[in-house]
Structures are given as C-alpha cells and as structure tokens.
Ligand binder design. Structure first.
Ligand code: AMP
Length: 600
C-alpha cells in the first residue's frame, strides 16, 4: 500500500504519486499534508529547505482544496527564481496530469511576457510566479488575484534576500483579506517574522529540523589553507575523488569566472554559473551539468538559487558566505533524497572563528580535514592509471603500431619498461603542477593547539614535502635551452637534475621559452650548480647557466612557458633541433661528447 493514502489524499492523487514512484511521504509531507487538509482554511509555516519534499507538502493539499469547477485563479505560489518556479509548476502539473479541469501556469521574468499573457487567458486555478513578473502581469490586468484563497510563499527567506520585500507586500495587497498564507522558509530571520506577524493569523507550524537533517546526511568539513592556495587545494580533493560531483560557491562573479577558467585550462570539467551570463548561457551550462558533461559548477549564491540537482556528492565553499545563513542553503544542495553528502569549506587561517560561529548558529559540528598531500595524490593517480590499463581493451591499431616499433624496446626488460612507463606518468604529474608541497596552514582563533599538534605530527611522521617550492630558499637560474631544442618540461627536469646530480623535486617553477628557460633550484641543492653545466654542449652550442633572480615566473595557471599544451601530446624527445624522433637521452648535451647515456 502506498503510504500517502494514510494522509487524507484522494485515491486519484495517490495513484499518480504511485506512478511517480512517491511511496513514502517525507517528514515534512507526513506532517503538513494532514494538517493542511484537516484544518482548512489555516495559515501555515513550514520550516524546511529544498530537498525535503516541501513542494509536494503544500502542492498536494493545494490540488485537493482547489475547486476545479471554478475557473478563477484560486492559488498563487510565489517563488524567488525562475528555476524554482518552473520546478514547482512541473511537479504540480505531474500531480494533476489526470485532472484535465485543473490548470497550472508558471510566469517568470526574463521571458516573453506576451506568451505568458496568452497562456493566462485559459482558466488557470494555480499560478506559480516570480514576484516581479507577477506584478507586471497584475498591472497589465493579465492576472486577477481577487479570488485567490491560498497564497504560498515558497523559499520566503530567499525572496527577501533577493530584495522582493516590497513586491511581496504589493502583491499581497491585491489578494482577499480572508485568504490564507502558507509560508515555507529554510531559515527564520527577523524579516520573515515581520511577514508572519503582518499577514498570518495563528499559523500552524511544521519544522523539519534542518540541523538534524544536516547532521545525518551532510558531513560538514573545513580545511585551512592560504587564500592563494585554495584552488590548488581544491584540485587535490578533485583529483583524489574523480567521481566527485560538486558545486563550488564563490562570492563574486569575477572570482567565479576566474576559478572556472583556471580549472578548465588545466583540463578539469568545470564551468561557471553567474549573473553575467545570459539566460540561454545559463540554461546551457545547467544542461551540461545535469547530463554530466562536466563535473563541477562554480557558482555565485544568487546564480545557484533554485537549481535542482539532487545527486551532488559535494558542496564546496571557496569562501564562507558573508551571511552565515546562506551556508544552510549552500550545504543543503548535497545530502538530498536520502543520499550522503559533504560540505567542505576552504578557510584561511584567520577565519577559524567563523567556523565556530557557524557551529553555534546552525548547530552542526565541523570536522577539520587536511588537504591531501602530493604523495597521496601521486599514489591515487598511479593507481587510477594502473586500473585504466587493466580495464583498457586493446585497440586494433595498437597491433600495427607495436609491429612498426618492432624491436625498439627489445633490449628493455619487462620491469625496466614498466618503470619507464611509470616515470612518464610521474612526469605528467609534474607538468600538471599540484606539487606545491604541504598546503595546510595553521589555524588562528580555533583549536590552535591541536593544529600545531597536527603539523608537528606530520613532521614527526617524517612526511616530507614533495617539492621544496613553497616560496622560500630557492635560487633562480637562466639556461640557454628551450622548446627549440625539442625539450619538454619533464625532459628539462630530468636533464637538469641528472646533470647537476640533484633530486627532481629540487627543480621547479619552470618558465620555458623558445631559446631559454628560467627555473628555480632549492638553495640547499644549488651548491656548485652552475659549474655542473660548464663545458656541456647541445647541438654544438655551449650550454650557459646563470643566476637570474629576476627571471620570469611560471604562469599562475600551472602551465610553464607552454602551460597545459605540454600536457598530452607533443612530448617530443629530441636529439636536437628539428629531430623529434631521437632517443630521450640524446638531447642531454654532451660533456666533451661523453655524457650520453641513461639517467639514473
Ligand atoms: P523538493 O524539496 O520539493 O524540492 O523535493 C525534492 C525532490 O524530491 C524532488 O525532485 C521531488 O520530486 C522528490 N520527492 C519529494 N517527495 C518525495 C517522496 N515522498 N518520494 C520520492 N521523491 C520525492
């Protein structure tokens, strides 16, 4: 038996719910539906956020209470955004699909008003509307609210946040004195209390404890990292969890676009959603996100309002919102429909107090988590790569290519070949950046002692930085080798580290140009560095290395004098200018012609 039948709904409606796969009412539906049906007419407050099933909680009683033989508009549902309005109308239309006499229309701004006026000429018992457009339609006499008995203010706190306060007052003044008001809101700020006092009479109330819901379905986490390292830290989380589907919230449109561009240029499936995009562009972005053509949406709070995506694994906060209440709206986008989700905030060391404040305000407990280390990232990438190899079906072309290469690898043992393949993967990691070292910071204002402990523990466990490029203790050099020599960044790292007898991790921040390259060497490893290159030649040209502390730095996008173009293709192993087929070692300039040979 469908459990909705116990709530006082008619058989026809329960049948439709059954067809839609709605079998068990959610807590807000369980409480609100009988309450609204039995106490009709009554004012009502539902404290519940999106994802709790609130649309059906008011929508189902509404369609039961509407007089379908009366052609006048009897119910008005106000929504803050076009997206929410459309979703609500779509659900109501689905609920009433077997009832041809009941008509639901949705009107919103940013769309052709004449089409909406035309649609409203049909008898429309339920109108779903955004406030601005509704007022416009009232002024044009396309809508009459004089018979409206039910007004639903959906996501009332959002409507106020978006500045619809006066519009709501104005609209309500066009409705009957004895209409009832059902108000849904995720939070209860002062302004909402004012609306309740002004327009409602002894309202019944259902509170779906958002905090409890958050506690069970959403895990709240934060990491402490420098503002300038937030995107790098984010990448590590994304890299370690390729199945992640997320929204990253940012505070400004510019930052939203910048982060989406930076990540996109690094090859991540990420797009921006903000108010500077046209509606058509926004729709296209949402379509790509919903069809999983991309993994992460970078959005402002305003742009993300009302978007309906139920299966997010993560909500991330590039910064915490200015108004802490918005945190509830943001995080409530994950952990929906019974699924678990993570809400992860990137905070800088001075923002610890805001986490404590949030914990008090919305009564959740935050877990402090660490930005994954480069070591973890490396292990995960190599493991993913190994799995990819295991799961790859051999392409027919591979046979031909192998045949054409016949003998090329014959002198290598299987083990040696594998090690070289793994090394190329490690090279790729280096090229893609992400080896900035430990991205965790000590936190001010909260748990300082335990943070110190964490940091000390890491050091005590002997975890070392993968790279020394954390901003200090490096010498910058110039060398007269560049892309013209067929050199790639990994080639370069190998070449420099092998020639100078230093570790690969000691070479970094490489800015490669056509005929020259600037790079950093850890100052501890740089003793006698320049001399190691003296007397070496490349293509008959003497290699020259100098200190150049002013030399250009790698671009912030993680590329290096070629950025992501080094990523996939064109990994030329050149024997010198113009020869892209030479064995890898050949470019290594020869010290009097003698230094060719394997890297160790
Ligand atoms: P809402 O909070 O109204 O935005 O609903 C969130 C999502 O849950 C919507 O996609 C609904 O279609 C779905 N939903 C609501 N109630 C139920 C239910 N009782 N059973 C299954 N799905 C539901």
């Amino acid at each position: 038996m469908n459990n909705f039948s116990k709530l006082g709904l008619s058989a026809g409606v329960v049948e439709v719910l059954d067809q839609m796969g709605f079998e068990n009412p959610t807590p807000v539906q369980q409480q609100a539906i009988p309450m609204l049906l039995e106490n009709n007419p009554t004012d009502f407050i539902g404290l519940a956020q999106t994802g709790t099933g609130k649309t059906a909680a008011f929508g189902l009683p509404l369609i039961e209470l509407i007089d379908v033989d009366n052609r006048a508009t009897q119910a008005l549902i106000m929504a803050p955004t076009r997206e929410l309005g459309q979703q609500t109308a779509a659900q109501l239309k689905e609920f009433t699909k077997n009832n041809k006499k009941l008509n639901v229309e949705v009107v919103y701004g940013g769309a052709n008003i004449s089409n909406q006026i035309k649609a409203l000429k049909k008898p429309t018992q339920i109108i779903v509307a955004t406030p601005g457009r509704l007022l416009d339609l009232i002024k044009r006499k396309a809508v009459s609210l004089t018979n409206v008995k039910y007004v639903v203010l959906d996501e009332a706190d959002e409507m106020l946040n978006m500045g619809f306060k006066e519009d709501i007052d104005d609209i309500l003044s066009h409705t009957l004195e004895d209409r009832v008001t059902w108000l849904f809101s995720a939070t209860m700020p002062k302004e909402i209390r004012r609306i309740i006092k002004k327009y409602m009479d002894a309202p019944l109330e259902v509170a779906i404890n958002a905090e409890q819901k958050s506690n069970t379905d959403i895990t709240h986490q934060y990491v402490v990292t420098k503002g300038s390292n937030k995107v790098s830290a984010l990448r590590r989380f994304m890299d370690l969890q390729p199945e992640m589907r997320a929204i990253l919230f940012c505070r400004t449109k510019r930052e939203t676009q910048q982060i989406a561009d930076d990540l996109g240029n690094l090859g991540y499936g990420v797009e921006a959603l903000h108010g500077d995009l046209s509606q058509a562009q926004r729709d296209a972005v949402m379509k790509r996100f919903k069809t999983r053509a991309m993994q992460m949406l970078v959005a402002t709070d305003v742009a993300a309002r009302g978007i309906d995506v139920n299966d997010l694994t993560h909500v991330m906060h590039h910064q915490l919102p200015d108004q802490l209440e918005s945190y509830t709206h943001r995080s409530g986008r994950t952990g929906r429909a019974g699924k678990k989700g993570i809400s992860l905030a990137f905070i800088n060391p001075r923002e610890g107090r805001r986490i404590t404040e949030l914990e008090k305000r919305i009564k959740v407990t935050f877990q402090k988590v660490e930005v994954p280390s480069f070591e973890e990232l490396k292990a995960s990438r190599i493991s993913n790569w190994a799995n990819l190899i295991l799961n790859t079906e051999v392409d027919e072309q591979a046979n031909e290519i192998l045949y054409s290469l016949h003998g090329k690898f014959a002198h290598l043992s299987e083990n040696d070949l594998l090690k070289r393949l793994i090394t190329t993967q490690l090279d790729n990691l280096l090229i893609q950046g992400g080896n900035e070292g430990d991205l965790n910071e000590l936190q001010g204002g909260r748990n300082r002692d335990s943070d110190n402990g964490n940091r000390r523990d890491r050091r005590d466990r002997g975890e070392r930085r993968e790279s020394n490029f954390d901003g200090g203790g490096n010498n910058r050099y110039f060398i007269n080798i560049g892309t013209i020599d067929g050199m790639t960044i990994p080639d370069f790292v190998h070449y420099v580290s092998d020639t100078a007898g230093i570790k690969r991790g000691d070479v970094g921040d490489i800015s490669m140009q056509k005929t020259s390259t600037f790079f950093d060497v850890d100052s501890d490893a740089a003793k006698g560095f320049e001399e190691k290159f003296s007397g070496l030649e490349i293509e008959g040209r003497s290699i020259r290395v100098n200190r150049d502390d002013e030399g250009p730095k790698r671009s912030s996008r993680g590329g290096n004098g070629g950025g992501s173009s080094y990523k996939g293709g064109g990994r030329k192993r050149s024997g010198g200018r113009g020869d892209s087929r030479g064995p890898k070692r050949d470019y290594r300039g020869s010290r009097g012609g003698s230094s060719r040979g394997g890297r160790r």
